[in-house]
Design a protein around this ligand. Sequence first.
Ligand SMILES: *Cc1c(COP(=O)(O)O)cnc(C)c1O
Length: 376
Amino acid sequence: MHKLQMVDLKRQYQKIKSEVDTAIQHVIVNTAFIGGPDVHAFAKEIAEYIGVKHAIPCANGTDALQIALMALGLQPGDEVITPSFTYMATVEVVLLLRLTPVFVDVDEDTFTMNLDSLKNAITDKTKAIIPVHLYGQSANMEPLLAIANEHNIPVVEDNAQAIGGTYTFSDGRTAKTGSMGVISCTSFFPSKNLGGYGDGGAMFTNDDALADKLKMIANHGQKVRYYHEMVGCNSRLDTIQAAILRIKLRHLDEYCAARSSAADYYDNAFKNNPKITTPFRAGYSKHVFHQYTLKLNGVDRDAVNLALADRGVPSMIYYPVPCHKQKMVTDLTSQAFQLPVTDMLQDMVISLPMHTELTEEELRFIVENVLAVVNG
Ligand SMILES: *Cc1c(COP(=O)(O)O)cnc(C)c1O
């Protein structure tokens, strides 16, 4: 058996090697390294896939979030509501732009934004809400959007972990994650569900004026070359990455299905174990399992993490310190946030290997070892 990894990108590459190698070679031969036809084609193809009018590629998912907040015209001191139970990048861009992060709690089953906590956090200074589709499951967007609309606050989706996922509205209509916010952001970091072979990201919107603005900000604040209308940044998707992502996008649904069937295997193996809570699958969401994350009950989670490593089973804690407790945040704000669910989850969650190439033999080995360690 292979040495187990959290994410095995090598075996995935081997299956698409000839396609990918040809595409990379093509970019090099054409020496169109910046912009170029692959970037435009990829933007068009991914916009179609997500079901939005515009996709604007950029350098990474963090830039996507930053540019989205800049395009909304937010000013220092404006409040932005985000969960604390997320990757730091969601919050870092808020701080970088001198905006004020307002942290809300998550639901203990879905790990996504708690709507009562959201309602309580809204003030007349709230200028954006960033729900995060954590671990591959959509936040509960229909009521969330209703709350946002009632207060006229734009929603920016952080879809870095859930590309390929869907949300089902109460009338039966479905929408891809990343198509519901005023702007949505995603990342093509290699280990993400649609990962390149380096950094990459994109923003999505149905609004023509916002699309122009996002494009302009990502390109030094210029629409016409050398005429700079506003402060922007330099954030581009490499052509080589776009060429690779075009190929991988065609496999994305199949990749999501492979993740989902690995999740089914895990679910089945861990069901009825009182010490293990398997990921909740909300009825409104098609979970795409960026992570497969258990909650451990009455077990020393950190000891389990170490014991699994000794047995050759990698596991990760996403994330060991919630954002509101990070020094980056506490150094800048004096506000104390009461987030009991986030604080509780911080000590319970553990993520197991999850990728598109897990074999039954590997899954069996992981499961046997998890059960042996957890049951003691
Ligand atoms: C990965 C990730 C990002 C940032 O993406 P990068 O491409 O690494 O900059 C932002 N938010 C979440 C939730 C992520 O998982």
